[in-house]
Design a protein. Structure first.
Length: 271
């Protein structure tokens, strides 16, 4: 049985150092420049054009990390929701220019929500409707350009919440992302289930994974092998899926990408 092929999250500065590694297996790539508001409001097309030149010959699946700084997708404030919609549409403009077929956005669920969201029976419905209001135009645009929106866990303590939200948005272009380090933080520091439970909870709604290790105390973005995540259990759960999620090494130090990949390969989990 073939092992999954790892990809990476890289920036315009780090792509050149890993270009040969990307092309040797046509690995999936997530570009991490276009979540920045200053770039989206500036000459982002020049940066995107440079990236396209760097990636000449690359045929792996391409995605971007969408904007997220300074906002949530379930804001109670309609004016804020309009600003969030604008930012996410800017992200999709960059995705379309690059030919990216996936954009990562952040889950609205917080640690506070786990114990407080159900205090009032309408809270969950209202949260979904606020997200729907924020994302309606974004989802329509994503459907038009053939780009998938994936919801990444941040503070999510119950992995089922994000999956339920993605399904409630009723689009084949809305799916779920998993960040292993965020899940491990939630497990160790807030009492959430282990990381592999997040995989099982998502099932085939899971089409994107940020692979990063941590100690569960903070969002370390270490290379696999540097923290305490049980990678064998995570990949065993991933092996039960048929959705073929993109497995993206998202590390704080991009120089560690190949070392992290080598660790998972040495465990016999991935190539």
């Amino acid at each position: 049985m073939s092992k999954p092929v790892l990809g990476a999250a890289l920036s315009i500065r780090s792509i050149p150092a890993h270009r040969d590694w990307l092309l040797e297996r046509q690995r999936d790539l997530e570009i991490q420049d276009f979540f920045r508001a200053d770039l989206l409001d500036g000459d982002w097309r020049s940066a995107a054009g440079d990236i396209k030149q760097m990636l000449a010959g690359h045929t792996g699946r391409l995605g971007i990390h969408g904007p997220f700084w300074g906002f949530k997708i379930d804001s109670h404030d309609a004016m804020i929701r309009q600003a969030v919609t604008k930012r996410l549409l800017q992200g999709l403009d960059a995705a379309e220019f690059l030919g990216a077929t996936q954009m990562v956005i952040h889950s609205p669920f917080t640690t506070w929500d786990r114990n407080n969201l159900d205090l009032y029976p309408e809270n969950r419905t209202n949260l979904i409707e606020r997200v729907r209001a924020t994302l309606a135009e974004v989802i329509a645009r994503a459907e038009t350009i053939g780009c998938e929106i994936v919801l990444e866990n941040i503070e999510d303590k119950d992995p089922r919440d994000r999956v339920h939200l993605a399904k409630a948005l009723e689009s084949t272009r809305v799916r779920v992302s998993l960040d292993t380090g965020h899940a491990n933080y939630a497990h160790v520091s807030t009492g959430a289930p282990p990381v592999d439970y997040y995989v099982d909870a998502a099932g085939n709604m899971l089409t994107h994974v940020h692979l990063q290790d941590s100690d569960g105390f903070a969002d370390r973005h270490w290379a696999p092998g540097e923290g305490n995540i049980h990678w064998t259990a995570v990949f065993r759960a991933l092996g039960r899926l048929t959705s073929n999620p993109r497995l993206i090494l998202e590390l704080r130090n991009h120089d560690d990408v190949r070392a992290g990949a080598a660790h998972l390969a040495a465990l016999g989990l991935a190539d």
